[in-house]
Design a protein around this ligand. Structure first.
Ligand code: ADE
Length: 250
């Protein structure tokens, strides 16, 4: 099955961009995913191909018009008439993208991504067309295109047959709610810096325990938000297990 990506943008020439090389590029050549870059301006109604207008209530910048956006989304949806694709608008006002959401998207038939420019989208488009707003972090880009490339990259690498070793996808950061442990390779000593002795011990149980600990310590120090969620989930599942045991015992 081919994962279908459609991107609505004022800069279709930005696609596939980095997704045309390496893993994603090869996967596209192999038909594992397809890409349609749709020019938003093609859906303007006037001679000047206008896509934006001044903000209601005044203020700086321009806003993407709801009617133009709707026509572009309807076109992208009609092209995938046998499937219902989620529509995602890239915007710093959106919900932060997570690996869990990426996994859901990658398991589906594809995605329609709408890239914002200027001050953003006319708000009415989201409810009118069931558009999900997604942010790739608390930073402001000059447009949604690099964010769309990130979203698609994260999905494509999870498609069946795209990634070489399957374990590299399940052990990595966020898959278990933690950051991944640190990696080392040869040379064993470099500029006076050595590799942790345990990694050269050949004792797989000890190595696994060391990696688990590193993963936990790094997450706690670098991402207290992730750690809190992880600990919350652990405490909850432990109390759930206790409850189940009590129910069985009774
Ligand atoms: N467009 C501009 N900034 C963005 C962000 N942080 N995430 C998604 N889309 C954006």
């Amino acid at each position: 099955m081919t994962f279908r990506a459609a991107v609505i943008t004022l800069y279709p020439e930005m696609f596939p961009g980095p997704l045309g090389v390496s893993l994603a590029g090869r996967a596209r050549e192999e038909g594992k995913w397809s890409l349609e870059a749709i020019q938003l301006r093609d859906f303007a109604a006037d001679r000047h191909r206008t896509v934006d207008d001044t903000p209601a209530g005044g203020g700086a910048g321009m806003v993407l018009r709801v009617d133009v956006l709707a026509r572009a989304i309807d076109h992208a949806r009609a092209a995938a008439s046998n499937e219902i694709l989620p529509v995602i608008a890239m915007t710093p006002r959106g919900r932060p993208l997570t690996q869990a959401r990426v996994r859901e998207l990658a398991a589906g038939p594809g995605v329609i991504v709408v890239c914002g420019r200027f001050e953003g989208f006319d708000e009415r488009i989201f409810a009118a067309r069931g558009v999900e707003e997604v942010s790739i972090g608390d930073i402001v880009l000059s447009g949604g295109e690099p964010a769309a490339l990130m979203l698609l990259d994260a999905c494509i690498r999870l498609l069946p047959g795209v990634m070489g070793a399957p374990s590299s996808g399940t052990e990595e950061s966020f898959e278990n709610g933690l950051l991944e442990y640190p990696h080392y390779t040869r040379p064993a000593e470099w500029e006076g810096r050595t590799i942790p002795e345990v990694l050269r011990s050949g004792d797989h149980a000890k190595i696994a325990a060391w990696r688990k600990l590193q993963s936990e310590v790094d997450t706690r120090l670098r991402r207290p938000d992730l750690w809190e969620r992880h600990e919350g989930a652990r405490v909850q599942s432990a109390s759930g297990a206790r409850r189940e045991k009590r129910d069985v015992d009774q």
